[in-house]
Every structure is written in C-alpha cells, then in structure tokens.
Design a protein around this ligand. Structure first.
Ligand code: FAD
Length: 516
C-alpha cells in the first residue's frame, strides 16, 4: 500500500530510501553515503530528525562526494532490509565508503551532543580512511606541501588555489574544500601550522588564516569577517571565473512516494481499549522487533519465549490469535537456537490450521496519532503490558504472589525494544525498584507509576502529540476518585487506582471495532 515519508520530506536535501532503493543507491556508488536508519515512532529519532535535516542542509554541496539518506525501519516493507543491515536500535547512522558492496561495509557513526559539528567531522574522518575507495568527486583532503605548490598550476588547470593555514585538529580547511566540490576553476587545500616552509613563505602568524594564490604566481591574504567557514565559502564562490559546474544534479524526486491517502481517522473512545491496538502491538513485536536478529539464542531467546508464554497465559485475545500464539509457544518450547529464517517461517505459520492467525498489517485506533509518526507502536506496547499486569492479577492463582509479567516486560524491553534509549531508561527504573514489587497488585502499580514518570519526562518534547498530550494518568474524567487534593496538592489513591485499572484493563472493556 501507500508508504509514508516518515520523519522527512522531499524538500530535505537527502535521499529518502526504501527497501527497493537502499542497496541500489548505496552499493557500488562513486559517492560516500551516510544513512540514518530510524523508526518513525521512536521519540529519540523524532528528537534527532532536526539535527539530521540540519546536517543534510549543511553538507548538501558536498554532493556527489558525500550523499545523505534516511530509511524508516518502522515500515513493514523495510523490515527485512533493515535487518539485513543488522540494525537493532534507532537511530543508527552508518557510513559507506564509495564502492561498498555489502551491508557489513557500513561503519557505525557515533553521534555525541546536539550539534552537527561532530557528525561533519566523523564523515570527514571516515572519508580520509577510505583511501582505497576515494570518492572521485572529492578533492584531496590531506595537508598541502611546498613541493606541491611549486608545480601546482602546471598540474591543475584552475585559476585559483586557496590555502587554508590551520592547526592539525582543525577541520576548517577540509570543510571548505568539500564546500567547494561543485565549483570549478578553483582548488582548496589545507596547510598545517607545522609546515614551517609554507608558513614562512606566506608569513602566517595566526591560525586559521587563508591565502589566495593566482595562476600567475601572485597571492593575497583573505581577510575574515565573522564565522570562518561560511565566510571563506562565500568569498571563494564569488571570485570572478569561479562557477558551479554542471556535473552534479541533485535528484529532485524522492525514491519513496509520499502517502497519497492519509489513514482514515478513526474516532476512538478514551474510556475503551481496542483489540486492534493490542493485536498490532503483538504483530509488531513478533514480526518487526524479534525478526531483526540474525540469531535468537541464550538470554534473548529466553526473553522471547517468556514473552510468548505470558501472552498465551494472560492475553485476552480472539480465538484465532490465541491459537496462533499457542502454536508459536509450542514451536519455541524446545529450541535453543533460532535463526532469522526459521523464525520468519514459524511466523508464517503455513502448516497450521486456518483458525490461527495474526493480522497482516498494524491498525492503530486508540493509539492512532494525529500524524503518522506519533503514538502507534510504543503506545500499544504500554497498553499491552498494562493489560497483562491486570489480567495476571485477575487470573493467576493466589498462591503465586509474584508477578511474572513485570520481569517479562523487563526482558522484552531490554532485548527487543528498538528504541534503545527508551530501553536504557526503562532498565534504569527496573534496576532501581522492580525487585521491591511484592505481589501482582504491586506490579500493576509499579508499571502505572513508572509510565507516569516517563510521561512527565516527555511532556512537551517532540514526541508529545499535540492532540494527545502526555499527562499524569488517569485524568479526572476517566477516574474521579483516583485523585485526591489535600492542601492544594494532588495525591493518588492507590486503592482507587487498582480498582480503576482492574475495570479499565478488563476483557469486557476491549472493543473489537476496526479489526479486519
Ligand atoms: P503512551 O505514553 O504511549 O501511553 C499509551 C496510552 O496508555 C495512553 O494513551 C493512555 O491511554 C495510557 N496511559 C498513559 N499513562 C498511563 C499510565 N501511567 N498507566 C497506564 N496507562 C497509561 N519515548 C521517549 O521519547 N523516551 C523514552 O525514554 C521512552 N521510554 C519508553 C519506555 C517504554 C517501556 C515504552 C513502551 C515507551 C517509551 N517511550 C519513550 C515512548 C513513549 O513513552 C510513548 O509510548 C510514545 O511517545 C507514544 O505516546 P502516547 O501519547 O501514545 O502515550
């Protein structure tokens, strides 16, 4: 069906990649590629998107030496390709040197802090390491030498040579060199402050500073005003005879088609749960998240077995879905090692009776967001686990006091949840206090209060859907008696919370609307 553009739009100067175009674009390309693998539902990806857009704008003139791209791994159609590239957390940034041939050729780029400076620098550092596969469009980036200067205009038919004198750790010279990739009739090179000969010839006393050498051998100092990189870039681009060459034409058309028909808005009742959300959560966990790993074994496989076993025990699902989960649970039981293809085969469930199935695509109802990137999967996962804590308290025998659902959720989030920073936060909360949970009601309350902590932290950030604000839940209109106000301070009444949870997350409060 129609695919969304995820977090980016065709006006962003980057390639919007999909399963059909990622390898075609990145492999055997004469450009270096830097690709962001993200999930549109992942809050950290939303937080990171403005940075990626800013970087794309900042280095758009480095094309075709360096190309930027992005692919939404949350799209069902991209699941397989993202797993081939061994993407297990979002966002993941990968650098592919020119003429890369396989997913393993990608080198992970780390991103520190908020700015794009460190990203720009690691792109340059990686290009420099691509000696055997230098992008043909990229001029030399290494430091210039006096012997090179002597024969420069015989060897290069340009009118100008700009020399940027700088310290070893400065990236300015290389950045300006790349900024001029698309411009003809000029060359830019960096000179290190340690190059005594050149420093003396040009009589350089401050670093950075820049000189323009003309083909007739004369030269002049370039005075800087303001920030050096944009200043040098604009200065050099405006020199008479310097012009943008015709060799690079950015592709205007995105490789992913924008969604033509927005998803039908489904009116949901906040007082209800929707089976469509719950089944979609299960679909997404099994088909997208667990299918990302080439092998499932040891603790990760145990976490998955435990998750499926808990669903079989406590998920109040439709008969066909429960049959499907039971088959899967039985199939997983004896295994110690499951390959990706075995797992996919087991999920396809071909051999089994027609009365066992999961929906093919997710449908969000109570978890529908006002835009495609909001809510959806993470919303449904919270809902599913709240439901499971409540169902466990209602159904499991009294003589087993401990909750099995809570450690199962901890294992699932730790080993599978694609938003790795979310998983780390959650693990932090679990490590701090989960072992103090005494019984199954305690498990309900623990998850309720930790979810509220996450809500408090995220309120007002860019993953906060303006139509569904992150609030301390449940609000008064869902449960009046859950909140008390004592001396102007809001307090929760935990007995009332439990009572409310046991009715809100009960089987009879689940609507079957919008199921296909
Ligand atoms: P959600 O918070 O997803 O809640 C879904 C629904 O549950 C709500 O619509 C409401 O009906 C109900 N609900 C709300 N609060 C409670 C509560 N206290 N108890 C019971 N029910 C409640 N995103 C980040 O950006 N950073 C993170 O660190 C992060 N950590 C996460 C950790 C986990 C384990 C999960 C599952 C998700 C995490 N997320 C994180 C995603 C984020 O919490 C939201 O799920 C996402 O932004 C979608 O928000 P939402 O508005 O649909 O509401």
């Amino acid at each position: 069906g129609a695919r969304s553009l995820g977090l980016y739009s065709p006006s962003d100067p980057m390639a919007l990649l999909g399963a059909d175009s990622l390898e075609r674009s990145v492999f055997n390309s004469s450009s270096a590629w830097v690709v962001e693998f993200y999930a549109s539902w992942c809050g950290h990806c939303m937080q990171f998107a403005p940075t990626w857009k800013e970087l794309a704008r900042d280095v758009k003139d480095w094309r075709p030496a360096v190309m930027l791209g992005a692919i939404d791994c949350a799209e069902m159609t991209n699941q397989k390709i993202c797993s081939e590239f061994k993407i297990t957390g979002y966002p993941t940034l990968k650098f592919f040197k020119p003429f890369s041939r396989k997913p393993d050729d990608g080198i992970r780029l780390l991103h520190h802090g908020d700015g794009i400076q460190s990203l720009r620098e690691s792109i340059i550092a990686n290009i420099e390491r691509s000696e055997d596969a230098w992008p043909p469009a990229c001029p030399p980036l290494e430091a210039f030498s006096a012997p090179e200067l002597r024969g420069f205009f015989q060897a290069n038919s340009v009118a100008y040579l700009a020399l940027i004198f700088e310290k070893e750790d400065s990236f300015l010279g290389r950045e300006v060199t790349l900024d001029m990739v698309q411009f003809d009739n000029i060359a830019v090179r960096r000179v290190l402050n340690s190059n005594e000969e050149l420093v003396k010839i040009f009589n350089v006393t401050t670093f950075p500073s820049a000189f323009l050498v003309f083909s007739n051998g004369s030269c002049s100092h370039i005075p800087v005003e303001g920030d050096s990189r944009p200043f040098y870039r604009n200065f050099l681009r405006r020199l008479p005879g310097v012009y943008r060459g015709g060799s690079f034409r950015p592709t205007v058309k995105p490789t992913v088609e924008p969604k033509t028909t927005p998803a039908l808005w489904k009116v949901a009742d906040r007082k209800k749960l929707y089976m469509a959300d719950l089944e979609s959560a299960i679909l997404y966990t099994l088909r997208m998240e667990a299918a990302r790993f080439l092998f499932l074994d040891k603790e990760r496989l145990s976490a998955l077995k435990q998750y499926v076993a808990v669903l079989v025990k406590y998920f109040p699902g439709r008969l066909v879905v429960m049959n499907y989960l039971r088959n899967l649970d039985r199939w997983l039981g004896p295994r110690t090692n499951v390959s990706q293809s075995e797992w996919e085969e087991a999920l396809r469930n071909k051999k089994e009776e027609p009365y066992a199935r999961l929906p093919e695509t997710p449908t969000w109802v109570g978890c529908q967001g006002s835009k495609p990137e909001f809510r959806g999967y993470p919303c449904s996962l919270w809902t599913l686990f709240h439901l499971l804590t409540v169902q466990e308290a209602l159904l499991s025998p009294r003589f087993i006091p401990q909750s099995q659902v809570l450690p199962t959720m901890r294992g699932y989030i730790h080993y599978f949840f694609g938003c790795r920073e979310c998983a780390d936060h959650f693990e932090g909360m679990a490590a701090e206090s989960m072992d103090r949970v005494r019984n199954k009601d305690g498990a309900i309350l623990w998850l309720w209060s930790r979810h509220n902590r996450v809500n408090a932290r995220l309120a007002g950030t860019n993953s906060d859907d303006p139509k569904f604000r992150k609030i301390q839940w449940p609000p008064r209109d869902l449960c009046w008696s859950c909140q008390l106000t004592i001396n102007g301070r809001r307090m929760w009444d935990e007995r009332e919370i439990l009572r409310f949870f046991k009715s809100h997350f009960s089987r009879s409060n689940i609507y079957l609307d919008f199921l296909n």
